[in-house]
Ligand binder design. Structure first.
Ligand code: ATP
Ligand code: MG
Length: 576
């Protein structure tokens, strides 16, 4: 994209009110830094103004998205944000969506909603106009504000009530065609992350019946992420730890396999038991007692080194809870010494499937101060049900290639989804197929959180001094910092450099303010321009300027007649 037009922005005119102190309400780096550096301002909970710097970056993200969408066969359009609620009644979502949906009446007392996403609008749009298989596939997208009255709007742009989304919808005649569009969108989404300088993993959110994925979330890796992930650096596998399943490694317990009751005073935890018997924690079995959704007592057994996963447990046990101290007593159980042997009859036993491979279990004896070793399921007690119960964690083997998985947290920046006929069927949107029969469209939907992408970029690129923009989405690519902006020779040298940079098509901020050098350096670091050119008296006397790379912190003296070429080359190489 070198048809770039250069821009010169004097800092004295730039509307970017910075804050000296960290705003108290901001926990995350992105929230804090975007406020401090004068990129955003809050109007009310979850409602933000994008100030000029943020807006420039957002427009660059949008341009990258447009470029990828257009290159992958999608067409941009713009639908109304206000949606007639009757469409939402047709799809059944008016009742189902919940309080996140902003609902209101117009002056004629007609019910409307503000679009949190536009499946209904776009389905209604093409209905009765897109008629034949010959016209398919069609893939429409828009970039606009979305509204969700989030219960807890927080973390600045990360979870707003009004936020910018690119949403796209495809209409396909066959599953093969839908798969093709979906794969193209997946590829485009991976490119978008990469071009925005965001390291993201495609995480399978939903698996189809035939084994392929039907929904993938792109997760930007960041400590601040709400999702816990496991991923494999070797084969590229990635999954939400709530959804991941893998064959975790379990070892046989201590002893020669004879059922033996052992006195284990003070061994009420897995750590204590493992060290008492001198075995790793995955050679022990953890016993958890819970009350399932129907009020029944259940003993859940999991490998000692893994946790019971709440999400998976809910699938097996319904709305369960772990037994309270009183409930343990009521059920005849002794905290710290629970196990499947001598278990009160009424308690059902459900074991994690990984434990099928383990023998000689070491478990509590249901008697204070005692454990059994050498327990053999099937021989010594019956497992009523085997199930997938545990949270996969870093170090577990990758389900695809067996290498150890890494753990990370992720921010969902985008998602692709095969909707099938959910909306077309509900809303009666059909086309005439090749065989002369009317069929509902197969649909896919594809969303990118544009403003969330901006926040995710800041989460990944910052340090104690502020933001560090990737060149591709930086509001300005270079800042020129004259230390004596009103004096010669600083003023003319600055002018010359800036003019040449602009001529070369670069976007330049000039810190022309009458401020101390320290203040200027701090502000420019905070705002995060990728490259800084500092003009000082001493350097100029020697024919050099100081060149600073914001990302690496490296500084070097560069000759006055070389600086423009050097910066231009660096910037052009990194534009998206
Ligand atoms: P989340 O699980 O984070 O609430 P979602 O899965 O409900 O998001 P989608 O319906 O998939 O969101 O919307 C597409 C994209 O829009 C998301 O991947 C995310 O990047 C962005 N997004 C969703 N909700 C918000 C929000 N409240 N603020 C900012 N961006 C959002
Ligand atoms: Mg989503």
């Amino acid at each position: 994209m070198s048809k770039h037009r250069g821009v010169r922005m004097p800092m004295s005119r730039l509307y970017a009110p910075t804050l000296k102190e960290d705003p108290a309400e901001a926990e995350l780096a992105s929230h804090r830094l975007l406020l401090r550096a004068g990129f955003i301002r809050k109007q009310a909970a979850g409602l933000y103004t994008y100030l000029p710097l943020a807006w420039r970056s957002l427009r660059k993200i949008e341009d990258i998205i447009r470029d990828e969408m257009d290159a992958h066969g999608a067409q941009e359009c713009q639908m109304p944000i206000m949606i007639d609620a009757t469409l939402w009644e047709e799809s059944g979502r008016f009742g189902a969506y919940g309080p996140e949906l902003m609902r209101f009446h117009d002056r004629h007392d007609r019910q409307f909603v503000l679009g949190p996403t536009h499946e209904e609008t776009v389905t209604d749009l093409i209905k009765n106009e897109l008629k034949s298989y010959k016209q398919l596939p069609v893939n429409l997208y828009q970039i606009q504000d979305k509204f969700r009255d989030e219960m807890r709007p927080r973390f600045g742009l990360m979870r707003g009530r009004e936020f910018i989304m690119k949403d796209g919808y495809s209409f396909n005649a066959t599953q093969e065609s839908l798969q093709e569009t979906y794969d193209a969108m997946k590829e485009a989404y991976a490119n978008i992350c990469e071009r925005c300088g965001i390291k993201a993993l495609p995480v399978v959110a939903d698996s189809g019946q035939i084994g392929g994925d039907t929904s993938v979330e792109f997760m930007a890796l960041a400590e601040a992420g709400e999702a816990a992930l496991v991923y494999c650096d070797d084969c590229g596998f990635a999954a939400d730890d709530e959804a991941a399943t893998t064959k975790v490694e379990v070892l046989d317990g201590p002893g020669d396999g004879t059922l033996t009751k052992v006195e284990t005073p003070d061994c009420a935890t897995i750590e204590a038991i493992a060290s008492f018997f001198g075995v790793p924690q995955n050679a022990t079995v953890k016993s958890l007692c819970l009350i399932d959704g129907e009020g029944r007592a259940v003993l859940a057994l999991v490998p000692g080194d893994h946790e019971l996963n709440d999400c998976k447990a809910e699938k097996v046990f319904g709305e369960y809870h772990l037994m309270t101290a009183e409930e343990l007593v009521e059920n005849g159980l002794v905290k710290g010494f629970i196990g499947p042997m001598n278990l009160p009859e009424h308690i059902r036993v459900v074991a994690d499937a990984a434990l099928r491979d383990a023998h000689k279990w070491a478990c509590g004896a249901n008697e204070a101060g005692y454990h059994f070793t050498g327990i053999e399921p099937g021989r010594d007690f019956e497992v009523d049900e085997w199930a997938d119960l545990i949270t996969v964690k870093a170090g577990d083997p990758c389900p695809h290639c067996g290498r150890p998985l890494a753990g990370a947290r992720g921010i969902e920046v985008s998602q692709v989804f095969q909707l099938g006929t959910k909306y077309s069927q509900a809303m009666g949107a059909n086309f005439m197929d090749e065989d002369g029969r009317e069929k509902p469209f197969l649909m896919g939907c594809y969303g990118v959180g544009v403003s969330r992408t901006l926040a995710a970029a800041v989460e990944q690129h910052n340090d104690e001094h502020g933001i560090i923009w990737p060149v591709s989405i930086a509001p300005y690519e270079v800042s020129v910092i004259p230390l004596d902006p009103k004096k010669e020779p600083c003023a003319s040298a600055c002018d010359q450099i800036v003019e040449a940079l602009v001529e070369a098509g670069l976007e330049v901020v000039v810190d022309d303010r009458d401020e101390r050098p320290g203040v200027k350096f701090a502000d420019n670091d905070l705002m995060g321009f990728p490259y800084q050119i500092v003009l000082g008296k001493r350097g100029l006397a020697n024919g050099v300027v100081e060149f600073k790379n914001r990302a690496t912190g490296e500084r070097e003296d560069v000759a006055l007649d070389q600086i423009v070429a050097k910066v231009t080359e660096l910037v052009e190489a990194q534009r998206a």
